[in-house]
Design a protein around this ligand. Structure first.
Ligand code: NAI
Length: 729
């Protein structure tokens, strides 16, 4: 017997098993939208009226179980009353599922996230398919939210307080195996035996057997199961989030909701969850983080970057990576990890062997983290074919990525070879940080097939890749590269060929200003602290140490054409390099490093006559401190110049690239959202004041001036111009 809805299906078999399958129409993954919730209410009503012996909830889509609630819906919510309605509907529905008189089983494969896991938590049992696609968790805090459909109440009951806090406050997801180990799922089963095991589990429930749950051990019971234990755990959690709580209000809100669930009645816990959710959903942090999420989705669509009518590009079959250093090895590993066979070439067999070692160790780390089996890891390494001095073997590749040393003469020679050796239809890409892609293209017979493909370091961790369109680059190769970036799980942004492309071009004035501040007499630690307070993952001087002061010194030359006044920074970098203080890799730079850990600031970051620049005096109405203005306004100004020069077409690209490429204060939504929040007019006034005090490099860009005088923001339509036309119509 089958009841067919639009998104759900209810099948009952002769044994008394009811199977509810989700296949949400018009969406590649299952999500909870208003219609799906209504259908589930109807299905649950039927199960209540005619209870089966066992209910199985599963997905009808290969892509996964349930990826969560529809974020568009959350973004559209305008009033607190509306939020409360949506939350209460979820609470009530999942309560009814929990109260069904028969065993309920959630059968999970692929993503089971957010509202999807909250739903599964309302079931009595959870089974998960144990493969790389299955990810289970409550990532709401990454969107500035907290779980709002019972997650803060049910998860601690299932996995214990400590594990629940970890999962909710970090928003991390678990593999099936890990979920089984912490008791979040009752069974994790390899793909091959999954259906058999699911059937066996259901048969056992029909036979009335009870399933065993893992026990938590004495420490677990003491900490999670007693009041004093829980008080310690909660206090520790509050301490851990203290420094981030101001920027990420969802973190303390989640702790309060979880705590309320232990303090009061069950109903009070759920009510606290609704209150806390309603309190944070309208915060700028939530709005901005959700916006970044959608920007990322937008960037991953090929039609965002190349005309829709472009034929579907041929996926890359075989790639060649030239240069087996830090970046080359990282890129080759990433491609092989994602199933693409790669040639890895360097100048000699010995150097390539070093690159292969790096690939093995990166893959080994993934095994250590339980992301890969040893067999899968070995297969990945086998997918990389080492190539020494000879160019011949590369002829079979349809894509080459060049990652040799950052020297134009060396790269030009590599491109000349690639142009000769590879098929005329192959795409040739450079991972250069700042050299002109157009000039590299000129050395090949087909400059229209040459582009930049700028990965960030470390390749396996950084999500962003800049696809750089040279003067001559066609749409076809851009489409191929955008597809490739998606295929390896990264986020592409397409930018024009300009010194430093987008991200490094914006970062440079920021790091330059940090060095100038130190030279003026502000202690380096104070400069970095102000940047971190603003929301950067680390300060600019520490970042310089990580990048390498020698690399920064090389790059200053590239940016020279963009700078009105080079200032003292290049000389400072040169002096540090001469003295061998190149940053983290040499154990010392602006800071000392021991065993890879940052220590005290060195004399390069310690002015002999310290001068404080009123560090903590924030501009009235919640603006930036003086030091923050010095650091952040140059980023905003340079971003406006990039928009003017057509390096990127739209503001959102700047914001997404800076958040993903540099960790720019995600809760602020990027530099241009920050400008809008401050008010562009105010930014212009402050830049003018900085120009008077510190020089022409602070001259506001023409675009900022125009926007400021028209009272416009980067994300707000142009009211002045539109109103003007309407008046005259
Ligand atoms: P690296 O110094 O670790 O590796 C460069 C490799 O290129 C060396 O193994 C060298 O033997 C090889 N090589 C030199 N000439 C060659 C030739 N003619 N044919 C084949 N191989 C040759 O350098 P790294 O850090 O991997 O940088 C490579 C490129 O990536 C550079 O253009 C750099 O600007 C860019 N990049 C570097 C980032 C970083 O953080 N390290 C970040 C983003 C881009």
């Amino acid at each position: 017997m089958t009841d067919d809805f639009r998104h759900l299906r209810l099948d009952r078999d002769g044994r008394g098993v009811a199977t509810v399958s989700f296949d949400v129409q018009g969406s590649p993954v299952n999500i909870f939208n208003d219609e799906v919730v209504r259908e589930l209410q109807e299905v649950v009503g039927r199960l209540e009226r005619q209870p089966p012996r066992v209910v199985v909830f599963r997905s009808g889509k290969p892509s996964g179980f349930l990826a969560g609630a529809d974020l568009r819906r959350i973004q559209q919510i305008q009033t607190e009353e509306e939020v409360r309605g949506v939350l209460a509907a979820g609470h009530e529905l999942f309560d009814r599922i929990e109260r069904l008189p028969c065993p309920t089983v959630a059968v999970i494969h692929g993503p089971c996230l957010g509202g999807g896991l909250e739903f599964a938590l309302a079931c009595r049992y959870r089974l998960a398919r144990d493969d790389a696609q299955t990810r289970i968790g409550l990532p709401e805090v990454q969107l500035g939210l907290i779980p709002g459909w019972g997650g803060t109440q049910r998860l601690p009951r299932v996995v214990g307080l400590r594990q629940a806090l970890r999962m909710i406050l970090e928003g991390t997801t678990l593999s099936a195996a890990k979920a089984a180990a912490v008791g979040l799922v009752d069974l994790a089963v390899p793909t091959a035996e999954f259906e058999t095991e699911v059937n066996r589990f259901v048969d056992d429930r029909l036979a009335g057997k009870s399933a065993r749950r893992p026990t938590r051990g004495l420490v677990g019971v003491m900490l999670d199961g007693t009041w004093p234990g829980r008080a310690i755990v909660l206090a520790t959690a509050r301490k851990q989030i203290r420094s981030r709580a101001h920027h990420y209000p969802a973190l303390p809100a989640a702790v309060r909701a979880i705590e309320a669930g232990y303090r009061g009645s069950r109903a009070a816990g759920f009510a606290a969850e609704r209150d806390e959710f309603a309190r944070i959903v309208f915060t700028p942090a939530a709005r901005n983080l959700i916006e970044v999420f959608f920007q990322r989705e937008r960037a991953r669509k090929r039609s965002t970057w190349v005309p829709d009518e472009m034929a579907r590009p041929q996926p890359v079959q075989r790639a060649a990576v030239v240069g087996a250093g830090t970046m080359g090895a990282g890129i080759a590993q990433l491609l092989a990890f994602n199933g693409i066979p790669v040639f890895l070439k360097d100048v000699s067999d010995e150097i390539v062997a070093g690159g292969m070692k790096r690939i093995e160790s990166l893959t080994g780390e993934a095994v250590g983290k339980g992301l890969l089996s040893p067999d899968e890891a070995a297969a990945i390494v086998r997918r990389v074919a080492p190539v020494g001095a000879d160019w011949g073997p590369l002829a079979g590749a349809d894509l080459a990525i060049e990652a040799v040393v950052e020297r134009e003469d060396v790269k030009r020679e590599v491109f000349r070879q690639l142009g000769d050796q590879l098929s005329p239809s192959a795409v040739l890409a450079s991972n250069t940080s700042a050299l002109s892609v157009s000039r590299l293209g000129d050395t090949t017979p087909h400059p229209e097939r040459v582009a930049g493909l700028h990965f960030f370091n470390p390749v396996h961790r950084m999500q962003l890749v800049e696809v750089v369109r040279g003067r001559a680059t066609d749409d076809g190769p851009v489409a191929v590269l955008v597809d490739l970036v998606r295929r390896v799980g990264k986020v592409p942004v397409v930018v024009a060929d300009s010194p430093g492309f987008l991200v490094n071009r914006l970062l440079f004035p920021y790091m330059d200003e940090a060095v100038r501040l130190v030279i003026e007499g502000v202690p380096g630690e104070e400069v970095d602290r102000e940047a971190v307070r603003f929301g950067m993952p680390m300060g600019p001087l520490e970042l310089l140490d990580q990048v390498g002061v020698d690399i920064a010194a090389d790059v200053t030359g590239t940016f020279a054409p963009l700078r009105t006044d080079p200032g003292p920074t290049p000389e400072r970098f040169a002096a540090m390099v001469r003295a061998g203080w190149c940053g983290k890799k040499s154990g010392r730079g602006f800071y000392e490093y021991r065993n890879g850990r940052r220590g005290k600031p060195t004399h390069w970051a310690t002015p002999s006559t310290p001068r404080s620049v009123r560090p903590s005096r924030a501009d009235v109405s919640g603006g930036l401190t003086d030091i923050q203005q010095r650091l952040i306004y140059p980023i905003i100004n340079e971003a406006a110049k990039c928009l003017e020069a057509g390096v990127v077409a739209e503001p959102w690209v700047v914001d997404l690239a800076m958040v993903l490429g540099t960790g720019f204060a995600p809760f602020r939504g990027g530099p241009l959202r920050t400008a809008d929040a401050l008010g562009v007019g105010r930014v212009v006034r402050h830049l003018e004041a900085l120009r008077r005090d510190h020089g022409d490099r602070f001259e506001p860009s023409p675009l900022l001036r125009t926007m400021g005088s028209e009272g416009r923001g980067f994300y707000t339509a142009a009211p002045a111009a539109v109103e003007h036309e309407e008046v005259h119509r």
